[in-house]
Each structure stands twice: as structure tokens, then as C-alpha cells.
Design a protein around this ligand. Structure first.
Ligand SMILES: NC(=O)c1ccc[n+]([C@@H]2O[C@H](COP(=O)([O-])OP(=O)(O)OC[C@H]3O[C@@H](n4cnc5c(N)ncnc54)[C@H](O)[C@@H]3O)[C@@H](O)[C@H]2O)c1
Length: 385
């Protein structure tokens, strides 16, 4: 099997950082995930975080103190920051989901490059609007899917690209959480006016990205979707915060059957809470082989078990074989995702996770929500950007 495995070997590239020019970064939204952004930026000798913004008075200042960047100027909104800061090279948008589109549009219009946390937006309409401004301004806009930086995630695409699986015709999304509605810092993930969508956008977007990237992001055509919220709306789920049940306005579970261009079917499910340990492993089925991707709970790009390829040696009626692709060691995915953004700014490069791909991810999320509301299949229509 060594020859098989050698096909998928990874090449690592070590870059020397040029510190002669400092990239000036602002962070919009100084909540939970902004901590990961600041920790990564602080490890980059060529980056200076010069500005912070948060709608909650005093929150940006407290963040600056906590992370020892007291020289950073603090603002009460993205617009205030963008109006005052004239030499920002880029911003990390770390707001809750419903503020992704307006903040991205404001930053792009201000001539600033954008690292936008996932999911891209809440609705497809918002994503289209953002992409039109991206096109108009020519600035970099990259979406914050750090699992993209994982050698194991890249391996999935390499396996598909190698032809080992033949023509891919079926994708099954797996994973999901048994108990994992994200409320560590309040209700921003579960209220409609902040989260906008629930599990389907939060971790469903990762699951979609992993599978769709592997097959070069085919255009989605139709979706028959289902969403539910049996756990999130139950006060018994939150013994310490029963009031969260009435704040819960999004999905905690969703499933869908999606037709993709190129005669590929996507069988999707994701969960923040369910009475099961996992909704299963993710599967990619092709005419020459199948790939099993171990179930993962939170979609952070980490696997605890190897990928497994299933084939028949000597043709379809030959001998069934299966082999594991050893796990690659993972690097600091968060650092790598922000490093790629900073490198793109410095080198005039492109987005690592471009909107031209993620628009299809967003279209599926939007389609699932719409189809679930309507109770029937919907066609996905993506207007010209
Ligand atoms: N990539 C990852 O691993 C990962 C992990 C967790 C969260 N996220 C994403 O990050 C985003 C933020 O999540 P979080 O848990 O940090 O949320 P959070 O609620 O803890 O923080 C969001 C902050 O944004 C601020 N904000 C909202 N609109 C603003 C605006 N216009 N200007 C300035 N500040 C504004 C809020 O006041 C709040 O403090 C979400 O979209 C989430 O999906 C990504």
C-alpha cells in the first residue's frame, strides 16, 4: 500500500517573514473568537493591531488591556473605526453572523481588505450584496474557515483529485454534536437578530466546505431541507440559564437532500444537540473507490482517526481492500488562516477561501432554511454578481 499512500504525501513550505513593513490590522467585534485572532496576530512580527471596535461600551478597551495592546485605538462600531482609521491594511470581522454583511461592506467600501469570520453571511441575498462590493472595490475578502489550512482536510481533496475514487457521485455529511449549543458568552449564537441561523450556518458551513471543496465546489441546484429546535427551545437544556430557551430562535438540527451540478448528490445533516453520539462519518462515494472521513464533533479541522479508502483490487469483482491514510500532524490552523490573509495583503495575493466558492456554501444554507420554512424542495437561483 506504500505506493498508494505516497501519492498523497504532503509538501510543506517554510516561509521567511519580511518584517520591514508592518501590516496594520483592525479587529471588529471583540468577543469570543476575537481572542483567537489577537493571539495569532500577536505572534506575527510584521503585524500591528492598531484598532479595535465593539458595540458594547468599554468592551474593546477591556480587550486591549487583557491582550496587552493598550496602544490600539478603540471605537464603538465598525463605521466609527473605518471613518477614523485611514491607513488600515485589513480588518478581522469577528462580529456575530447578522453583522457580517454590513461590516464587510463598510470595510470594503473604505478600501480595507477583509478576513470575515464564518459563516459568510446569514442569507444568500446578503452574500450577493457583499460580493458585488468586493468586485467593485477589488479588495481581498476571505472567509475564516481555518480547517482549510489542515493537512488532513487538504488530503481529502488530494485523494479526490488523484482519481483514486473515480467519478464522485455521492457526498454524505456526518458529525454533529450530541450536546453543544454554543452559549458560553450569552445568546449571540441563538437569537435571530444576532446569530440569524443556528447549527446549519455555524458548524454546517464547515461540514459543507470540507465536502464541497473536495469536489471543486459544484453549483447547487435544488435543496429539500429540514430544520428543528427541540433542544434549544427547552428550558431543561440549560439548568443554569432556563431563560435561554425563550431566546432560542434558530435551528439546533438540520438535514437536507441537495442536488449539485455534475450529477452529485449531497446528503446533509448537522446538529448542535441530538440524542445520538454522532450523525455518522462523512462519506465520499466514487465509481472506483469510497472515502470515509471520521466523524468530528465541532468541525475545527482536527481528526482523531485516519481517513479510510475502500476499493476493489483488480476491478469491480476483484478483492475488497481498504487502507488508512495516516493522519498528518496539525499545525496552528488559526495562525495559518490569519497568516495567509496577511501574506495576501503584503504580496497582492488572493483570498485563501474565496467568496466565489463560499457563495455556493451560503446558497445551500439559505436553501435549507427556505425549504424548511416552505415545507418543500426549492430551486437555488444565484443572480449574476
Ligand atoms: N472560526 C472559528 O473557529 C469560530 C469560532 C467561534 C465563532 N466564530 C464566528 O465568529 C463570529 C463571532 O463569534 P463570537 O463567539 O466571538 O461572538 P460574540 O457574540 O462573543 O462576539 C461578537 C462581538 O461583536 C460585537 N459586534 C457586533 N456588531 C458589531 C459592529 N457592527 N461593530 C463592532 N462590534 C460589533 C458584539 O458586540 C460582540 O461583542 C461568529 O460569526 C461565529 O460564527 C468562528
Amino acid at each position: 500500500m506504500d505506493d498508494n499512500l505516497n501519492k498523497f504525501k504532503d509538501e510543506t513550505e517554510v516561509k521567511v517573514i519580511d518584517t520591514t513593513r508592518k501590516v496594520k490590522i483592525g479587529i471588529i467585534g471583540t468577543g469570543w473568537i476575537a481572542s483567537s485572532h489577537i493571539n495569532a496576530y500577536k505572534n506575527m512580527p510584521d503585524v500591528e493591531v492598531v484598532a479595535l471596535a465593539d458595540l458594547v461600551p468599554g468592551k474593546a478597551q477591556a480587550f486591549a488591556e487583557q491582550y496587552g495592546i493598550t496602544g490600539a485605538r478603540c471605537y464603538l462600531s465598525d463605521e466609527e473605526m473605518l471613518a477614523a482609521e485611514k491607513d488600515l491594511d485589513g480588518v478581522s470581522i469577528c462580529t456575530y453572523n447578522t453583522q457580517h454583511a454590513p461590516c464587510a461592506i463598510h470595510a470594503l467600501r473604505a478600501g480595507v481588505n477583509v478576513m470575515l469570520e464564518k459563516p459568510f453571511t446569514v442569507t444568500l441575498g446578503e452574500a450577493i450584496e457583499v460580493m458585488r462590493v468586493e468586485k467593485e472595490t477589488g479588495k481581498i475578502l476571505t472567509i475564516g474557515f481555518q480547517p482549510r489550512m489542515s493537512a488532513n482536510m487538504k488530503m481529502i481533496k488530494k485523494i479526490v483529485d488523484s482519481g483514486e475514487l473515480g467519478k464522485v457521485y455521492y457526498l454524505q455529511a456526518g458529525g454533529g454534536r450530541r450536546r453543544g449549543i454554543p452559549t458560553p458568552f450569552g445568546t449571540s449564537f441563538i437569537a435571530k437578530d444576532t446569530g440569524g441561523v443556528g447549527a446549519v450556518g455555524d458548524i454546517g458551513s464547515y461540514s459543507l466546505d470540507m465536502l464541497l471543496k473536495a469536489v471543486d465546489y459544484p453549483k447547487p441546484l435544488t435543496v429539500s431541507g429540514y430544520t428543528s429546535a427541540y433542544f434549544g427551545k427547552d428550558p431543561g437544556y440549560y439548568p443554569l440559564h432556563p431563560e435561554y430557551a425563550s431566546a432560542f430562535e434558530v435551528d439546533d438540527f438540520s438535514a437536507a437532500f441537495v442536488r449539485l451540478e455534475g450529477d452529485i448528490i449531497l446528503d446533509f445533516r448537522i446538529s448542535w444537540a441530538m440524542n445520538m453520539d454522532t450523525a455518522g462519518d462523512a462519506l465520499i462515494l466514487g465509481t472506483k473507490g469510497g472515502l470515509r472521513i471520521p466523524s468530528t464533533e465541532c468541525w475545527n479541522g482536527e481528526f482523531d482517526r485516519p481517513l479510510t479508502i475502500y476499493k476493489y483490487a483488480g476491478g469491480l469483482s476483484g478483492t475488497p481492500v481498504q487502507y488508512e491514510v495516516p493522519l498528518s500532524p496539525t499545525s496552528n490552523l488559526f495562525y495559518d488562516k490569519l497568516r495567509s490573509f496577511v501574506d495576501a495583503i503584503k504580496e497582492g495575493g488572493k483570498a485563501t477561501v474565496p467568496t466565489s466558492e463560499i457563495i455556493y456554501n451560503q446558497a445551500i444554507i439559505d436553501g435549507i432554511v427556505k425549504s424548511a420554512e416552505l415545507g418543500h424542495e426549492v430551486e437555488i437561483v444565484i443572480p449574476e454578481i
